[in-house]
Ligand binder design. Structure first.
Ligand code: UDP
Length: 379
């Protein structure tokens, strides 16, 4: 049996690693870009030595013991805890919305119990019994004033859609708290790879049974793949099937990089911008991910990037699925088609058309390996 994995992000790398380690079978990874790691790829800035996440900030966080156990085989993680700030009308607040945000925004000094009661009264004003979209969901959690200040504009910039046309689940990614806990995530384990994402991926793919072909587009070598091979495809499903049923919608991103002659630009890793008069959604300042790396951290220069959201079109990178009803229905047709194609396994954030964090992608890859690839190999 020969295996080809298309795409070297976390999902594809996990599957390839399992095939090589558990099945002891050779596996070829076909990667269109010039690096492994997919959108989690990082590299060192030549001038400053600062590790930059080339496709925007990636913080590893999970509460899944099997995922944590799996990923830490390939390298340790730092104790970095993600805390985000957000600028709204020239003032900086804590994000996710917590007691500090609430008190600052309303100019109050509420205790947790008082804040919960205060927000309940705010929420009740809109009478939303059964929230059906992102806007209604957000208002039912925090009330309209906080929604309009911190969610509405940012969401509009990120998705280029009215939040009423977006699924409610997107907003449940964010915690809302009436405590001073400012952690962006609720997970048990969190950090960034101590030696960088690039080293983590190198170790995941270090088994000599794994070969990686970079700068290699699957479409151009597809006809050379043996017909009895298993192809594990992590790219866009509509592209795989030549857009036969129509085009799936994705969001893409554009990063505007800058090296600045100051040692610290914003004092934190990520600053979000809530208002629509600022064209970008957030600014990343990468040195703050690694205060323990004293030389780049104390460097008199810093590397930042401004993140702009944009509609995906051919030639750009796809980052986010747009999981509305139209796209989910269309995706289901492609998934059905893939399931009916012998020797094809579709997966990963793009292949599954799911807004997964890194840990969910790894968890799913481990599961697909156990439930599909392993039984098929053992006949
Ligand atoms: N969001 C927002 N304001 C913020 C941060 C997030 O309105 O300051 C909303 C927005 O709709 C976004 C969603 O919450 O798409 C999920 O945010 P998250 O930070 O999880 O997005 P990611 O880091 O995956 O881009």
């Amino acid at each position: 049996m020969s295996y080809f994995v298309v795409g070297a992000g976390f999902w594809g790398a996990t599957i390839a690693e399992r095939i090589a380690t558990v099945l002891k079978a050779p596996v070829t990874i076909i990667e269109r870009r010039n690096h492994i790691g997919g959108n989690c790829h990082s590299s060192l800035d030549e001038e400053t030595g600062i590790e930059c996440h080339r496709y925007g900030s990636h913080i590893f966080h999970t509460s899944l013991p099997n995922v944590w156990e799996y990923i830490t085989q390939f390298g340790a993680f730092t104790s970095y805890q993600h805390k985000v700030f957000i600028t709204h009308k020239g003032k900086v607040y804590t994000m996710p919305i917590n007691l500090s945000t609430i008190n600052q925004f309303y100019g109050k000094n509420l205790s947790p119990t008082e804040a919960a009661a205060f927000l309940q009264a705010e929420i009740a004003r809109d009478h939303i019994a059964d929230p059906k979209n992102l806007e209604e969901k957000a208002i039912s959690l925090i009330g309209r004033p906080l929604y309009e200040a911190f969610i509405k504009g940012y969401t509009h910039k990120q998705w280029e859609r009215d939040p009423r046309e977006l699924p409610a689940e997107i907003i449940t990614r964010l915690p809302f708290r009436t405590t001073y806990n400012a952690n962006y995530f609720n997970d048990v384990w969190q950090g960034v790879p101590k030696d960088g994402y690039f080293s983590l991926f190198e170790r995941m793919l270090s088994n000599p049974l794994i070969s990686v072909q970079l700068n290699c587009d699957y479409a151009t070598i597809r006809s050379q793949i043996p017909s009895d091979a298993t192809v594990i495809y992590t790219g866009m499903p509509d592209q795989l099937f030549d857009y036969e049923y129509g085009t799936l919608e994705w969001r893409s991103l554009r990063f505007e990089w800058e090296t600045l002659p100051v040692s610290d630009f914003q004092g934190t890793t990520v600053m979000n911008y809530a208002d629509t008069d600022v064209p970008y959604t957030r600014i990343h300042e990468f040195k703050h991910y690694h205060p323990e790396r004293t030389t780049p951290f104390n460097c008199p220069k810093t590397v930042i990037c401004r993140e702009h959201s944009q509609t995906y079109h051919n030639g750009l990178e796809a980052y986010y699925p747009v999981n509305n009803e139209r796209n989910n229905t269309l995706y289901a047709r492609y998934a059905q088609r893939a399931a009916a194609t012998p020797g094809l396994v579709l997966g990963g954030r793009l292949g599954a058309y799911r807004y997964w964090d890194m840990d969910k992608a790894i968890a799913n890859a481990l599961q697909v390996f156990e439930e599909r690839i392993l039984p098929a190999a053992r006949g």
